[in-house]
Design a protein around this ligand. Structure first.
Ligand code: ATP
Ligand code: MG
Length: 357
């Protein structure tokens, strides 16, 4: 039976890298005999907002819930629509309503890419950041008192539920279990945040009992960020709350060179709802319309989607093709952010051809 994929390209370079993501997926589907069926939606973009006054139609949930996965480009065009409207009106709706409680980002230094960390080679940086995606510090619980006066008070609470913490930890431990190094690092700050973070630590210790073969360590977020830069080779699977995971999942990919190649997944592991796969980068208005955006972030996100759908070998083949094309270093093929003079299409085609061969 066909796997049904909902495609939402969004804005800016999202509309340019998406066709390359699909080209690569189609080449992979052909080679591995996987039946993928793509359905494109125009909503979830700023143009849709300008026409309809909202980012999504009222029945978006009904329209999308039956799909096996969502393949997303990038959303946002700040000159036309403020970011809080475009982001909250689309992507964050998907994450919340489809209970995509895992945000997963691989951080891997690819051949041919220069890390901003001096002397780092491919192999030195190869880990995953697992971020809690539905509660924690981003829970919008709180309020204001005495607004506009000298006595003004603002409060925002962190919400951690046992279910919410345990389910992200379980995902991270299970992921660590599949990796050769079997190592898990937890981000905490229990010396400063004295109620929720000790609770997080407690749940990590409890979960660790069920995974005796996994080496577990923890760092306070301040020193952890320093260690990402100083010792990226220490890490294998890193798990953090919504805020800490957010910070780490930008810092991690930044250590691996260009933002143009980093992929991400927003996952509902039980498969009750579709999961969403998107590049880490945004709509990049500064380079949109020029055909020079790097499509690798979109293509690699497609590889994560195939893995999620149960085709690990096919997903790995896509990543191998990305690595091979980057290693060859043909400047006519590669985009500018990775040192070439090529285009979105030249790089996308080279990867798709490599997958097919
Ligand atoms: P967001 O608000 O969604 O995080 P943004 O607009 O702040 O996004 P990006 O769109 O990610 O940021 O762009 C940041 C910078 O990285 C821009 O200067 C952009 O040109 C560059 N960039 C982003 N994506 C790519 C890409 N795929 N290829 C090449 N350069 C990119
Ligand atoms: Mg932006």
């Amino acid at each position: 039976m066909a796997h049904r994929i909902a495609v939402i390209a969004g804005d800016g370079i999202g509309t340019e890298v998406m066709p390359e993501g699909i080209r690569a997926l189609e080449a992979t589907a052909k080679r591995f005999n996987i039946d993928l069926e793509f359905t494109t939606f125009e909503f979830g973009s700023c143009d849709y907002y300008l026409e309809h006054g909202k980012m999504l139609p009222d029945n978006w949930f009904e329209q999308l819930k039956g799909f096996d996965a969502l393949f997303y480009g990038a959303v946002g065009w700040p000159d036309k629509v403020p970011d809080h409207i475009s982001l909250w009106g689309s992507l964050l709706q998907f994450r919340r309503q489809f209970d995509q409680y895992i945000n997963l980002r691989p951080c891997r230094l690819m051949p041919g890419i220069k890390s901003p960390l001096a002397g780092r080679k491919p192999g030195d940086i190869d880990f995953y950041v697992v971020r809690e995606n539905t509660e924690g510090e981003y829970s919008s619980v709180g309020g204001k008192m005495y607004e506009g006066t000298e006595r003004e008070i603002v409060i925002q609470e962190t919400v951690m539920s046992r279910i919410g913490v345990d389910r992200v930890l379980k995902y991270a431990f299970d992921l660590a279990q599949t990796r050769p190094r079997k190592k898990l690092t937890s981000a905490t700050k229990s010396n400063g945040i004295s109620i929720t973070m000790p609770y997080w630590d407690e749940r990590v210790a409890e979960m660790a009992k069920q995974y005796p073969e996994i080496a577990v360590d923890k760092f306070h977020i301040d020193i952890l960020t320093a260690n990402f830069v100083l010792h990226p080779d220490w890490f294998d699977v890193v798990v953090g709350s919504n805020l800490f995971g957010d910070i780490l999942s930008d810092l991690g990919p930044a250590c691996t060179g260009t933002i143009g190649i980093a992929p991400s997944a927003n996952i509902n592991p039980e498969g009750k709802f579709p999961s969403l796969f998107e590049p880490v980068h945004g709509s990049a208005p500064d380079i949109a319309g020029k055909g020079i955006a790097n499509p690798i972030g979109q293509i690699w996100s497609g590889a994560m989607m195939l893995e999620h759908l149960g085709y690990k070998e096919a997903g790995d083949a896509m990543v191998d093709a990305i690595e091979a094309v980057l290693s060859e270093g043909d400047s006519q093929v590669l985009t500018r952010d990775v040192g070439g003079q090529g285009t979105t299409v030249s790089l996308g085609k080279a990867i798709a051809e490599r997958i097919g061969s």
